[in-house]
Design a protein around this ligand. Structure first.
Ligand code: NDP
Length: 243
């Protein structure tokens, strides 16, 4: 990724942008001409034209503050935030180490809420903004061995709904995308047995592709999506439909 970004369009701050869905989202927004700052703890695997990279650990509020400040130096005030930073540490709750519970909720839920907290002032001031949390269909569906993960993703749904109320009058929308199993590094950690179960519960009978998530995110951050807020939208091949 380059330190310079170009283009007159709106600016976007994307977490978890070093690989997987976050990288795909950052790349897609940059290709459309947004001025994008991608963040993660470690540098991105691939250099992406038009995306500036800033280190940020979303579990550390001070790291978030300095990354947002650096992003403002690079692209100006933040118009769009997409939080994709996330981890899994699965296991039955009865035997799950305390650290696994805390780390997943701190990264996935508190990380997103604290990034939103640090950036929404810009959007309120500009009377325009788009916040998209990357949740999971697990928030609605549940999943054995994922109590910590499900709590973190379900929490994002509640956070987005409350934030939608707080920010609607400022022209700022807040939404959650709920991916099912998507072909990324994270999905590679799913056991063969669980993969088979998930596909049995997925009408499309295949994992999703990152670009099938980026197209939804791309719409939600667009001008045309200005009347969609507080929504949690599955992109799951039909898994968990109706919940
Ligand atoms: P990956 O493991 O491929 O990427 C995760 C990203 O999050 C990396 O860029 C990683 O970078 C970053 N990250 C992890 N911890 C932190 C941290 N503490 N601070 C900042 N960045 C962090 O996962 P995916 O791309 O597959 O997943 C992205 C999101 O999508 C996650 O929230 C996940 O829960 C969600 N999701 C994924 C699904 C899937 O099947 N892939 C399904 C449903 C939801 P680094 O380690 O360098 O910090």
């Amino acid at each position: 990724m380059t330190e310079e970004s170009a283009g007159p369009a709106r600016s976007a701050f994307v977490t978890g942008a070093s690989r997987g869905l976050g990288a795909a989202i950052a790349k897609d927004l940059a290709a459309q001409g947004y001025r994008v700052v991608g963040t993660a703890r470690n540098p991105a695997e691939d250099v992406v034209d038009g995306v500036s990279f800033v280190a940020c650990d979303v579990t550390d509020p001070e790291s978030i503050r300095s990354a947002v400040a650096r992003a403002r130096d690079l692209v100006g005030t933040i118009d769009i935030v997409v939080t994709s930073a996330g981890i899994m540490h699965d296991g039955p709750l009865v035997s799950l180490p305390q650290e696994a519970v805390d780390d997943v909720i701190t990264t996935n839920l508190l990380g997103s809420v604290n990034v939103a907290r640090e950036t929404l002032g810009d959007m309120m001031m500009n009377q325009w903004g788009r916040l998209v949390f990357v949740g999971s269909v697990v928030a609605m569906w549940g999943s054995p061995g994922q109590v910590n993960y499900g709590a973190s993703k379900g929490g994002l749904v509640g956070a987005a709904r409350s934030l939608a109320w707080e920010l609607g009058r400022f022209g700022v929308t807040v939404n959650v995308v709920l991916p099912g199993l998507i072909d990324t590094g994270m999905a590679a950690n799913v056991s063969a047995k669980r993969h088979k179960e998930l596909m049995a519960g997925t009408p499309m009978r295949r994992p999703g592709r990152p670009e099938e998530v980026t197209s939804l995110v791309s719409y939600l951050v667009s001008e045309g999506a200005g009347y969609i807020t507080g929504a949690s939208i599955p992109v799951s091949g039909g898994a968990g439909m109706g919940l």
